[in-house]
Design a protein around this ligand. Structure first.
Ligand SMILES: [Zn+2]
Length: 388
């Protein structure tokens, strides 16, 4: 009697356990079922016009300069990057200015090396990547370990020099990146580009979008073009270009060295960062999955200030030799000045990026022209010029 009571109790206990287990299993299964539309965030981190700003150092005044450098940028990216959901892109003008030209014959240019070390996914050429001959341009393209894309550049063999676009999948969202270079490069470097064809971005984009129909959830442009047409070429600035392409979800503009935190052109979000390695643009797309795939719910854009980040010391340690070479180059004696005239008159250095001392007659301009006539840059200069 006692034993059967015990068995009854034991069986009751076991069945309770089974019931609890079944409930857990059932609710567990229920939790795994898709709970309506899903949401995810895709982040685009973008730079452009880095112009050789490798070190946090101003080699002209020989002083520390924390306004932005590749080594600070490395830490800024690190703090804002998530492998599954972030795409890191650059819109060109990378290896010219800030003494970056002295590394052009290196096996891998330190600026390209840094883009690789930081982990850039996409890089496109700026107009200044064409200032030193196409051997240099094509070498830079090969040096980049991510996707180097110039959608509208064709080689002497009539084929595109790079892939036409790049396709990524982040958190199940398909992102297509197109990269156009300003068609004005044929005016600025006509000799180097004589055997190459640079198509108008409007024609090239039309062609590619036909091929890409239904193949992306986010269409991103990373273009080395600014907000204004240049030389009256339609399609060389964003308004005349985007007039035809409301399909874009966002465009990273470049070239004009003007900060554009958020601008809407024909319904397309356009941003451009401030010049050199001073900032990083961060675009967050909130994507919602419905029955017909992912749709953009919202997009926000903000500027990440690189000057707020410390340089990445571990990375910088590996570039000491580059720093030594820049210092050697900048401390070379290039001539002797006689007389008591100041190099520039008072007030000529005021202003922002282009003070009047750069254009108005002064002993400084005379010195510059004399030195320039004998330097390597004059051998590469051809056609009309672009300062951006
Ligand atoms: Zn530039």
């Amino acid at each position: 009697m006692v034993r059967s009571e015990y068995l009854k109790k034991k069986l009751k206990k076991i069945s309770t356990v089974i019931l609890v287990l079944l409930t857990v299993m059932l609710t567990g299964c229920k939790a795994e079922e898709p709970a309506g539309p899903k949401e995810t965030t895709i982040t685009i981190l973008a730079t452009s016009d880095l112009h050789g700003k490798l070190f946090p150092w101003d080699y002209v005044s020989d002083r520390e300069d924390r306004s932005g450098s590749m080594f600070q940028l490395a830490n800024a990216v690190k703090a804002n990057y998530a492998e599954d959901s972030t795409l890191l892109v650059d819109a060109g003008d990378t290896i010219q200015d800030n003494f970056a030209e002295i590394f052009l014959s290196d096996e891998v240019h330190p600026m390209m090396n840094m883009l690789n070390q930081i982990g850039y996914d996409v890089w496109t050429t700026g107009n200044h990547e064409y200032d030193f001959g196409m051997d240099v341009t094509e070498h830079l393209i090969r040096e980049f370990e991510g996707h180097a894309i110039v959608s509208n550049l064709y080689g002497p063999d009539g084929k595109r020099v790079t892939e036409p676009y790049a396709v990524f999948e982040k958190n199940d969202v398909r992102i297509v990146v197109l990269c156009m270079v300003t068609p004005n490069i044929v005016r600025w470097n006509p000799t180097y580009l004589a055997d190459y064809t640079v198509t108008n971005p409007i024609d090239e984009t039309r062609l590619l979008l036909k091929e890409l129909e239904g193949k992306y959830d986010i269409l991103l442009g990373v273009h080395h073009m600014g907000l204004n047409d240049e030389n009256e070429v339609e399609g060389s600035g964003m308004p005349s270009y985007l007039k035809y392409f409301p399909e874009y979800d966002a465009v990273i503009a470049a070239h004009e060295h003007t900060l554009v935190e958020k601008k809407e052109i024909n319904g397309v979000l356009v941003v451009e960062k401030s010049p050199f390695a001073s900032s990083l643009m961060k675009l967050d797309f909130t994507m919602k999955k419905g029955e017909d795939g992912w749709k953009k719910k919202d997009v926000t854009a903000k500027t990440v200030l690189v000057r707020e980040y410390e340089p990445n010391e571990a990375m910088m340690g590996k570039y000491q030799d580059c720093g030594r070479r820049i210092r050697e180059y900048t401390s070379k004696e290039i001539g002797t000045m006689y007389g008591d005239d100041p190099l520039v008159k008072e007030g000529m250095l005021n202003g922002t990026e282009f003070p009047s001392a750069m254009f108005e007659p002064s002993p400084l301009i005379t010195l510059y022209n004399t030195v320039y006539a004998g330097c390597f840059a004059c051998q590469t200069h051809q056609g009309e010029s672009s300062t951006e």
